[in-house]
Design a protein around this ligand. Structure first.
Ligand SMILES: Nc1nc2c(c(=O)[nH]1)N[C@H]1C(S)=C(S)[C@@H](COP(=O)(O)O)O[C@H]1N2
Ligand SMILES: [Mo]
Length: 198
């Protein structure tokens, strides 16, 4: 659907637009189920599975270095948005405090409401990935995952859990919510890894 808010890119903007994507000027909300509303003070990220169990509260997260990064995001429903700016804690800064067992190879992100999505540790521990609480300088809207979500910009956006509550480390790859329903296990937009039969 091309209209006022979606533009067909003239070209791939020097490789920035993955195949089959359309530019979005707005920031669409893509949520399966209702949007939870809760205070930042109620944020807890639990480390479970093949790792030393621990919890990061909102205060713990704010005490870590805060990083602001700008990058493009790509949704599997064919919209991309350029130059989105996020602030939060780098996954690599969090992981410096997490003791993962040697057998761990993957992580399941889990959210309030039961959403989940899987990543390999290689995809999870990239330096640009953020546990984000701020979007364009403002507290992240509940609809977009506030108070806290993951942002993993090199994969389709379903790989970025909103309302993050748990990181479960795993010794094998297991499907999350959309992956069980036919989405690709990895979801690289530049390879068009949309569905698992791709
Ligand atoms: N908890 C949770 N996280 C989620 C989703 C969801 O339904 N629940 N949708 C995913 C999908 S399919 C996309 S495209 C992005 C959308 O983020 P946005 O609503 O901020 O655009 O969030 C992802 N993270
Ligand atoms: Mo999506």
């Amino acid at each position: 659907m091309l209209g006022k808010f979606f533009k067909k890119p003239k070209d791939d903007l020097n490789g920035r637009i993955p195949p089959g994507q359309t530019l979005s000027v707005r920031f669409p909300v893509l949520t399966y189920g209702p949007t939870p509303h809760y205070a930042p003070q109620d944020v807890v990220v639990r480390i479970t599975g093949l790792a030393q169990p621990r919890e990061f509260t909102w205060a713990d997260l704010l005490a870590l270095p805060q990083t602001t990064l700008t990058y493009d995001i790509h949704c599997v429903t064919h919209w991309s948005k350029l130059d989105t700016t996020w602030t939060g804690v780098r996954v690599t800064d969090l992981m410096a405090l997490v003791q993962v067992d040697p057998g761990a190879t993957h992580v399941m992100q889990r959210s309030v409401g039961g959403y989940s999505t899987n990543l390999s540790l290689d995809d999870f521990t990239r330096p640009e990935n953020l546990l984000a609480h701020t979007y364009e300088g403002e507290p992240l809207d509940p609809e977009h995952g506030g108070p806290l979500r993951l942002v993993v910009p090199h994969l389709y956006f379903w790989k970025s859990a909103k309302w993050l509550t748990e990181l479960e480390f795993m010794g094998e790859d297991r499907p999350g919510f959309w992956e069980e329903n036919g989405y690709h296990m990895r979801g690289d937009p530049f390879k068009e890894e949309r569905y698992d039969d791709d």
